[in-house]
Design a protein around this ligand. Structure first.
Ligand code: AMP
Length: 364
């Protein structure tokens, strides 16, 4: 069975590392020849906007998926016209536009913080007076890792913001004073069965994920069940197949849905080492029409992203419970080049080991 993956980054690489033992083979499309996926399958080097490259990629595939959500829709459509493509295009489309995403959340019953679209400087000023300050303005499209965002604290910030973010359509949201950030990772198969991983607690630094802890501590069962119920509604409505991640703000009294990713997700990397079936394996199973594996039982885990810096592997591996995952990427400032997952018993030992990993890998 040959699976095509649009994108050849670390997520594609980890999909193949999980899918190869199941008898799946992989082909990737990526503009960059030394993409992380080069080691784990056939890499078609070409632009997503090049119809000939897309056709070469799609020829002979049994199913296709994507590993980053800003794949140009024309490329995804061209592939979907030839082979079954999961998750469905509707999910990719919604995930590419922050306004559509929020509307989808609302329809599915997920709580969202106040927001308004703004497609001109005047609309931005109008949104500022309607919603009140402080606010976060985000470009509706192509934002990731905190890029394309600006916090507005005074009415005068609106004009500078419109300039700074490039005069493109924006989504303006209330700045949420959250206690912590959580994410839901779920996988739905072709028959509509869903596996939910326990909620993950995430810490971002300057918009980039630094650590994830799972299971997130102190989440009331009823709160988790309600969030899962809404994600189920969302996945059912889209006819979703594969892994979906939804990022949430926990305010102490509510879980507010911030954004979704229609793909395997950095906040689910811990599942490789600490869940009964990883998000990558379950995504492969779902898109290949295989039965899902159980998410649990899971072991307590802390995942630390290696950002712009590669620690000495031997030193990392000497830390009890630490598992190293390198992506085969050149080190550049701000770039995710790998991650370390520490598993073990919840408590001081796990935290101590996580602290040692953090100290070895200053974020650069
Ligand atoms: P995003 O690209 O929407 O995931 O935003 C990146 C990070 O910025 C989030 O993980 C939060 O830490 C922060 N952030 C985004 N939106 C808001 C908001 N409305 N209120 C407070 N913090 C936010």
């Amino acid at each position: 069975v040959l699976i095509g993956v649009l994108g050849g980054g670390q997520l594609g690489r980890m999909l193949a590392l999980a899918g190869l033992p199941l008898g799946l083979r992989f082909r990737f499309l990526d503009p960059v020849a030394d993409s992380p996926a080069r080691d784990v399958g056939e890499l078609v080097v070409g632009e997503f906007t090049d119809p000939a490259a897309v056709a070469r990629f799609a020829a002979g595939l049994d199913a296709a998926t994507f590993e980053f959500e800003n794949v140009p829709l024309e490329a995804a459509r061209a592939v979907a016209a030839r082979v079954p493509m999961y998750p469905p295009l509707a999910a990719l489309e919604a995930g590419q536009d922050r306004l559509h995403e929020k509307e989808l959340f609302r329809r599915s019953g997920l709580a969202v913080h106040d927001y308004a679209p703004a497609s001109s400087e005047a609309e931005l000023a109008g949104a500022v007076s309607r919603l009140g300050l402080p606010l976060v303005a985000k470009t509706r499209r192509m934002g990731y890792d905190g890029k394309g965002q600006m916090v507005l604290r005074t009415p005068a910030d609106a004009a500078a913001c419109w300039q700074r973010l490039g005069g493109v359509p924006l989504l303006v949201e209330r700045l949420v004073e959250f206690r912590r950030e959580l994410s839901v990772i779920a996988c739905r198969d072709r028959a509509g069965r869903i596996e939910f991983y326990p909620l993950t607690q995430n810490v971002h630094e300057q918009g980039i994920l630094r650590t994830s802890r799972a299971p997130a501590p102190d989440v009331p069962g009823a709160v988790e069940a309600a969030a899962a119920g809404h994600v189920r509604t969302l996945m059912d409505a889209l006819g979703y197949v594969g892994v979906l991640a939804v990022e949430l703000f926990d305010t102490g009294s509510a879980l507010l849905a911030n954004e979704m990713a229609p793909r395997v997700h950095n906040t689910g990397h811990w599942t490789i080492d600490a869940a009964a079936t990883s998000q990558f394996e379950n995504h492969c199973r779902a898109i290949a029409g295989l039965p899902l594996g159980p998410a649990g039982p899971v072991r307590p885990a802390v995942m630390v992203n290696l950002i712009g810096h590669l620690p000495d592997p031997a030193t990392v591996l000497a830390i009890p419970g630490a598992r190293l995952h390198l992506y085969g990427k050149a080190v550049r400032p701000g770039r995710k080049v790998g991650h370390v997952t520490i598993t073990g018993r919840e408590g001081p030992e796990l935290e101590e080991a996580a602290g040692r990993v953090m100290a070895l890998s200053p974020r650069c």
